[in-house]
Design a protein around this ligand. Structure first.
Ligand SMILES: [Zn+2]
Length: 160
């Protein structure tokens, strides 16, 4: 059975002077403040985790991730792994489509590294992950550079 799920997330930037690092799709990115949140606030991994939850119908972000955070687990790849742990045995991720809206940082130089890292985390080949980025043209809070917004659509083949 083919299932398609959507995941979304957004975070605002830390105030100027914060030393929190920006991490997107598990990749550290220099030259831009980090995002607010009790974890590493990796908005791409959070949207992806939500998309996996959309397939499994078991939500991780929220209570479960907060519990992990209190135990000191702030690397968002752990939340993704927790969500993937609820995929039915024999499930196969067919494709992941990611759209990021952010005025800053300039994302194009980082997209390949993010793709490679996500492919590794998901156990699929990078050509099954498409990532597009838009600056938002100043029209939204994200387009004004206040934060980053991410949408993920995930397609998976789930055994009946
Ligand atoms: Zn988040």
């Amino acid at each position: 059975m083919i299932k398609v799920a959507i995941g979304q997330d957004s975070h605002r930037f830390e105030p100027d002077g914060s030393d929190k690092k920006l991490v997107l799709g598990g990749v550290p990115i220099e030259g831009c403040p980090g995002l607010e949140g009790n974890s590493d606030a990796d908005v791409v991994l959070h949207a992806l985790t939500n998309a996996v939850s959309g397939i499994t119908c078991v939500n991780i972000l929220g209570e479960e991730a907060d519990r992990m955070c209190r135990r000191g687990i702030t690397d968002s790849s752990a939340y993704l792994k927790a969500a993937l742990g609820h995929m039915k045995e024999g499930s196969r991720i067919i494709h992941v489509s990611i759209s990021i809206e952010a005025l800053r940082p300039r994302l194009s130089p980082h997209l390949e590294r993010i793709r490679t890292n996500l492919a590794e985390l998901l156990g699929i080949v990078p050509c099954c992950i498409g990532i597009t980025a838009t600056t938002g043209e100043g029209l939204t809070e994200f387009g004004k550079g206040i934060g980053i917004f991410c949408t993920v659509i995930l397609t998976a083949d789930i055994p009946e």
